[in-house]
Design a protein around this ligand. Structure first.
Ligand SMILES: CC(C)(COP(=O)(O)OP(=O)(O)OC[C@H]1O[C@@H](n2cnc3c(N)ncnc32)[C@H](O)[C@@H]1OP(=O)(O)O)[C@@H](O)C(=O)NCCC(=O)NCCS
Length: 166
């Protein structure tokens, strides 16, 4: 994982032929712009996930700790993998690494994942990374189509987190 720097993500994204160029350039620029502000305000800690493939380092996705609350020593985890890089366990490793950094180095006492009940891949990923399923938040999120959906909460806490070996 690499800390996100201005320009890095855009460069990585443009290496992917599968992306729609215009949408993703604007999307990436917006993401990077917001990232700088989030870092300054200690709101979000974002990383690029890269993968050491046979033909060199490849951009695989992004992972971050967001919704940071320094008073309560809490943050929320978020991630997105490029479709061509899914299903290889890279996202699980990245989630484990950022959670380990958050709990053992930064000092968060709770890192939570709030996941759409339909998003089985994301729930499996967090369980495999060491999170515990805590329950369901009913009617938590309004989708674009207007439906009100439940979300599953999973968390890793400083009491139970097993430090990763380096
Ligand atoms: C969620 C996401 C990051 C998972 O990425 P991934 O590369 O498949 O993750 P991993 O390879 O580490 O696999 C995680 C687990 O999910 C499982 N999985 C992957 N896709 C799945 C699917 N469509 N249905 C059910 N399980 C699935 C994997 O098999 C693995 O479990 P296992 O090890 O027990 O077999 C990816 O699907 C994604 O980017 N989705 C869009 C963004 C998103 O949903 N972000 C999370 C918001 S809470």
């Amino acid at each position: 994982m690499h800390p996100l720097e201005s320009g890095t993500l855009i460069t990585c994204l443009l290496r992917f032929k599968g992306f729609g160029f215009v949408f993703f350039l604007l999307h990436a620029q917006n993401f990077v712009d917001r990232t700088q502000e989030s870092l300054e305000l200690e709101r979000e800690l974002p990383f690029v996930i890269s993968f050491d493939a046979a033909d060199g380092m490849r951009f695989a996705g992004v992972v971050s700790l967001h919704t940071i609350n320094t008073h309560n020593h809490c943050a929320e985890i978020g991630y997105w993998m490029h479709p061509s890089m899914r299903g290889q366990g890279i996202a699980t490793t990245a989630a484990k690494m950022i959670t380990n950094l958050g709990i053992t180095s930064i000092g968060f006492r709770r890192i939570e994942g709030v996941v759409d009940t339909d998003n089985i891949a994301s729930q499996k990923l967090l369980i495999k990374a060491g999170f515990e399923r805590e329950g369901v938040l009913k009617k938590k999120v309004t989708r674009e189509d207007g439906s009100q959906i439940d979300m599953v909460v999973l968390a890793a806490t400083s009491d139970t987190w097993k430090e990763m070996e380096s």
